[in-house]
Design a protein around this ligand. Structure first.
Ligand SMILES: Cc1ncc(COP(=O)(O)O)c(C=O)c1O
Length: 407
């Protein structure tokens, strides 16, 4: 086998389809988010505004978070020094898990190195705990859930996105005695649409199924204490396992599940993705805990984010740009072609210092390639004005479609 030729074929395929991913090097400046510096490959620099980050609330530069991290580093050093099992469970990890259990009103929580790992490790472990488990999974679930479900070797059923009738039909077709779990998200991050939580929970009750919700794009931002959409809708207590991230609205790193004490104990004991990896550095756990604690009461920050999202959507709609609006904080503008999406993203960056990464297949279906904007409390009127004017100019210049896509 000519391995180099194999790599060339794989990479050329991406180039030909306009799907080759280019990462841009940015240096975020504490205190100045969302402004940052882009370092070009030739060594030159440009000031930019980041419009596609998932530090949704600007917590990555919040003094409370930074102080907790500095304090923990000074007190305890850099790494945790071990897996959770072998010396890597520190007071910081325990405090974070207690904070998360309290956030979700659950008996316990388990922290993983990321929400990706939390999803993958938990979903791949559940069939070991419940032999014969059938997992019903929304077709648009995140890659980490898909991987976990695929790898577990158990039975799976994929229901059409948010289609509770289809889910019902699948549940009805299976043995009523078989253990079942329904896995879905509260906010699907590419369109910004909400999962039908109440309807899914009703079906779960009817068919005696467990429920697993990914609230990665909601925790910190929805609900009176930032526990997510299920909290906002008064449904959190009916969900068996809640998954969240500490890396997006909480601005740090790590992921978790919150559930019953027994469920967490079993996952802790059986999931290789929890056991056989070094635990998060204590300073990360300390920063994340401070962020979770802070956002339990900082409703003003949540309100500000929603306001910025509404303003941006209204102004882009006013220009007739094809945005998707499901009433969440995510603002996708559909371009519908990978080459055009990349071109517009490049022009925004080079000409206007606006950084929004193009989103292509397989992250979104072909033909729906898009720019996905994530306004936050730190995107002020100046940043919004600059973005709207640049988009207007580019849309005119590139003669792109202005028909609005409604939710
Ligand atoms: C829906 C969803 N779940 C899980 C994850 C993984 O989160 P983390 O970045 O903490 O691994 C992501 C990441 O983008 C996501 O979009």
């Amino acid at each position: 086998m000519d391995y180099t030729a194999g790599l060339d074929v794989a990479l050329n395929r991406l180039h030909e389809e306009g799907r080759y991913r280019t990462f841009i090097d940015i240096e975020r400046r504490k205190g100045a988010f969302p402004n940052a510096v882009w370092r070009r490959p030739d060594g030159t620099e440009k000031d930019i505004t980041v419009w596609c980050g998932n530090d949704y609330l600007g917590m990555g530069q919040h003094p409370v978070v930074l102080a907790a991290m500095h304090e923990a580093i000074d007190a305890t050093g850099a790494g945790s020094g071990g897996t959770r099992n072998i010396s890597g469970t520190t007071v910081y990890h325990k405090a974070l898990e207690a904070e998360l259990a309290d956030l979700h009103g659950k008996e316990a929580a388990l922290v993983f190195t990321s929400a990706y790992i939390a999803n993958d490790a938990t979903l791949s472990t559940l069939p070991k705990l419940f032999p014969g488990l059938i997992i019903y999974s929304d077709e648009l679930n995140h890659a980490s859930m898909i991987e976990g479900i695929r790898r577990n070797g158990g039975a799976k059923r994929i229901f059409r996105h948010n289609d509770v009738s289809h889910l019902r039909a699948l549940l009805e077709a299976d043995d009523p005695k078989a253990p079942k779990l329904i896995a879905f998200e509260s906010i699907y991050s590419m369109d910004g649409d909400f999962g039908p939580i109440a309807e899914i929970l009703d079906l779960a009750d009817e068919f005696n199924a467990l429920t697993y919700i990914d609230e990665v794009h909601a925790v910190g931002m929805y609900g009176p204490r930032g526990a997510g959409v299920a909290e906002r809708d008064g449904l959190m207590g009916r969900i068996d396992i809640i998954n969240g991230t500490l890396a997006k609205a909480y601005g740090v790193m790590g992921g978790y599940i919150a559930s019953s004490a027994k469920m967490c104990d079993a996952i802790r004991s059986y999931a290789p993705g929890f056991i056989f990896t070094t635990s998060l550095p204590p300073a990360i756990a300390a920063g994340a805990a401070a962020s979770v604690r802070h956002l339990k009461t900082d409703q003003a920050r949540r309100d500000q984010q929603q306001l910025q999202a509404r303003i941006l959507k209204m102004r882009l709609k006013g220009l007739g740009l094809p945005i998707i609006d499901h009433g969440s904080h995510i603002v996708p503008v559909i371009v519908g072609d990978p080459v055009h999406t990349k071109m517009i993203s490049d022009m925004l960056l080079e000409r206007f210092g606006i950084y929004v990464q193009p989103i292509n297949f397989p992250t979104v279906p072909r033909g729906t390639e898009r720019l996905r904007f994530t306004p936050s409390p730190v995107h002020g009127p100046k940043e919004i004005d600059a973005l709207v004017q640049s988009m207007d100019e580019l849309w005119a210049q590139c003669a792109l479609n202005r028909a609005e896509l409604s939710a």
